[in-house]
Design a protein around this ligand. Structure first.
Ligand code: ATP
Ligand code: MG
Length: 225
């Protein structure tokens, strides 16, 4: 299981960030890239890209493909450094990228020449009712991407990150109006993406209402060949 290169697919609020955190507890050398976290860091750092991104994000719209592809590509370059030896492979996962077919083919074009293609795509299938119930009470620590929920997974000190003590924020796009748009767009965009990875024989779907129910299935999916 230790050398996987994983894509987590799942609707907004399906628990990709939480599953990432749980995986890191059992796979200590796991590296992760969450496109939404990268964008929120750009926004917090007030970069040009951050300024452009914030307008799209606040409206629940996707960032144009070329912008997100170049942003993630920079970070993927760092991930696969030093992993050319097939015996020492660092496991890594992507969350939130790719999420269009164009992004998926672009990613393939980056990874194939490095012989670093995805080994697995796990789709988290969570009922929409569960997602809607928890999105408004979600908080994030922007520098790390750590997720909390004031109702079922609160930080030790209300409003502050457990690890750094820095303030948590509520995402501008975590409101009912925006989440409904994000969910609708997600279900449209994910269909061709799923087909793309199904054709490669690497797509596995897991189901459940909570991350506690989903996580053991993710572990099992990673064990399967
Ligand atoms: P979750 O709420 O579980 O984090 P999400 O998909 O709604 O899932 P993020 O992945 O954090 O949220 O992304 C937030 C926003 O950032 C998206 O709504 C979109 O505007 C932008 N974004 C993130 N990743 C991409 C991407 N791959 N392509 C285009 N836009 C993206
Ligand atoms: Mg997320």
């Amino acid at each position: 299981m230790n050398s996987f290169r994983l894509l987590l697919l799942g609707a907004p609020g399906s628990g990709k960030g939480t599953i990432t955190k749980k995986l890191k507890n059992v796979v200590p050398n796991l590296q992760s890239i969450a496109s939404g976290d990268l964008l929120r860091q750009e926004i917090q750092a007030k970069t040009n890209l951050g300024q452009i991104a914030s307008e799209y994000i606040a409206q629940g719209k996707l960032i144009p493909d070329d912008l997100i592809i170049s942003l993630v590509a920079n970070h993927i370059g760092v991930l696969s450094q030093g992993t050319t030896s097939t015996t020492i492979m660092k496991p890594w996962l992507l969350d939130g990228f790719p999420r269009t077919l164009h992004q998926a083919t672009a990613l393939n074009g980056i990874l194939t020449p490095r012989d670093q293609n995805l080994t697995k795509v796990i789709e988290l299938d969570v009922p929409e009712s569960a997602i809607l119930g928890r999105i408004e009470t979600r908080y994030v620590h922007v520098p790390s991407g750590r997720i909390y929920n004031s109702s079922y997974n609160p930080p030790k000190v209300s409003g502050f990150d457990d690890v750094t003590g820095e303030p948590l924020v509520k995402r501008s796009d975590d409101n009912e109006e925006t989440i409904i748009k994000r969910l609708k767009d997600y279900y449209t965009m994910v269909k061709p993406l799923k087909q793309f990875y199904k054709d490669k024989g690497i797509l596995i779907t897991v189901h459940g209402e909570t991350s506690d129910i989903i996580f053991p299935q993710v572990l099992q999916a990673l064990e399967e060949r």
